[in-house]
Design a protein around this ligand. Structure first.
Ligand code: PLP
Length: 283
């Protein structure tokens, strides 16, 4: 596989990052994941915009222009023959002597991109079955709106879910669901779609923003507000969204089975609309 590191395209075995990289020592870095369908990038502009925001929030520069970023993404997709899959991008504050204080201005940032092939990404059998989630306390830091590489608690959450035979975990704070380990969470009751409002408590999902726009355009009712795990367990249906899962139905939350235990009509319809519209707009 060919990867990109600091201006160079290299075979993955030759790509190197310093042991002093602040991404490695302090999780001092941000990332983006953009999906690829039919060899094209889904919502590239949205991911670039959020990357820009994450960097600004941490006082980091955007080291490349949007055109340069697009060129690197496209080169990797082509070079690695990716039909369906993902492009991962990470930017850290670079390598410097280990010190909590940031290195001096001008320290070169580390920029890494690689691809992951995922044949059949859009026709996952999971989407036909729906997934099971458990609820766990949200023990992450307070700036979840910044897409940092600090992902240990979400990893632990995923393992807690696996240990219970579930697919993912919904995190709960002050008796309200924040989001999934790597996705935004939704419930549907009497035809109304409910998902948590934006704030520092959740990541502002690029897929979330597109899905809510499509839902409103299709005259579906949307409420952006917090909901409790109890409300979720009594919902008619539920689903999650993310760049890699698109719209994924949820059929069980802890011990509660939703509806008849199969993906609900709203989640199915939104998945269809999202895939159709985002393929059309892919670059
Ligand atoms: N919430 C969290 C915590 C995430 O890590 C992610 C994606 O990685 C999302 C939500 C979904 O965001 P997006 O739709 O931009 O992939």
């Amino acid at each position: 596989r060919t990867v990109y590191v600091n201006g160079e395209f290299l075979p993955e075995e030759q790509a190197k990052v310093s042991v002093f990289d602040r991404g490695f020592l302090f999780a001092d870095g941000v990332y983006e994941v953009t999906s690829v369908l039919g060899g094209k990038l889904i919502d590239f502009a949205g991911h670039t915009k959020r990357l820009d925001r994450s960097l600004k929030e941490l006082g980091m520069e955007m080291p490349l222009t949007e055109d340069e970023l697009l060129g690197i993404h496209r080169h990797l997709v082509e070079e690695n023959g990716i039909e369906d899959g993902l492009v991962y991008l990470q930017i850290t504050r670079g390598a410097a002597d280990r010190d909590f204080a940031y290195p001096e201005a001008g320290t070169p940032q580390t920029v890494v991109l690689f691809t992951q092939a995922k044949p059949g990404l859009a026709d996952s059998p999971q989407a036909e079955r729906g997934i099971r989630v458990i609820t766990i306390p949200d023990e992450r830091w307070g700036r979840r709106d910044i897409k940092t590489v600090q992902l240990l608690y979400p990893s632990m959450g995923k393992m807690m879910a696996k240990a219970e035979g579930a697919d993912d975990a919904w995190m709960v704070e002050d008796d309200c669901v924040t989001e999934g380990t790597s996705n935004n969470a939704y419930i549907v009751k009497n035809g109304t779609i409910v998902t948590r409002h934006l704030g520092t408590e959740i990541l502002h999902g690029i897929t979330r923003s597109a899905v809510l726009r499509f839902a409103r355009e299709a005259q579906m009712k949307v409420e952006e507000r917090a909901f409790t795990p109890d409300e979720a367990k009594e919902a008619d249906e539920a689903f999650i969204t993310s760049a890699s899962s698109f719209v994924m139905p949820v059929v069980q939350i802890d011990e509660a089975t939703l509806g008849d235990g199969t993906p609900g009509p709203v989640a199915r319809r939104l998945r269809e609309i999202y895939l159709e519209e985002s393929r059309k707009a892919a670059v």
